[in-house]
Design a protein around this ligand. Structure first.
Ligand SMILES: [Ca+2]
Ligand SMILES: [Ca+2]
Ligand SMILES: [Ca+2]
Length: 138
């Protein structure tokens, strides 16, 4: 898992992709697999609960020091400083799980262009979709 993440980082640097657009799954062209991987209800779509669970797994994966927060250094290749600051309500250290989940929810909503209850594969291919992927994949 760790080596995969490192590879993703190297790829992002090599291709010069902007920090906020760093999405390993999307780069690999497997955006729809992100849904399949997290699709607990098996309807081929990602609902908010599934996204939150994926977000929590991502939180854990991005937090190798195993403390209670994602410090900026741990997520700087995924979210911009302004976003980090806006969601970092409790300023002690970084984003805690509650703050991180708020960000996942906001990005889920932004990516859900048709306004239904789920994220479909095509919605992950948009810019907002990539922003969601950045907080629910690792
Ligand atoms: Ca589903
Ligand atoms: Ca941490
Ligand atoms: Ca949708």
């Amino acid at each position: 898992m760790k080596s995969k993440f490192t590879l993703g980082l190297a790829a992002a640097v090599a291709t010069g992709i902007a920090a906020t657009a760093f999405v390993p799954a999307a780069q690999a062209g497997h955006v729809c697999e992100v849904i399949a991987k997290n699709d607990r209800i098996r309807d081929g779509k990602l609902d908010i609960i599934e996204a939150i669970v994926a977000g929590k797994k991502t939180f854990k994966a991005l937090n190798p020091d195993n403390d209670f927060t994602l410090e900026y250094a741990e997520v700087s290749n995924r979210i911009g400083p302004k976003t980090f600051d806006r969601y970092n309500k409790i300023k002690r250290k970084g984003l805690d799980r509650v703050e991180w989940t708020r960000l996942v929810k906001a990005r889920f909503k932004a990516a859900n262009r048709d306004g239904d209850r789920t994220i479909e594969c095509d919605e992950l291919m948009t810019r907002a979709g990539h922003r969601l992927l950045a907080v629910i994949t690792y």
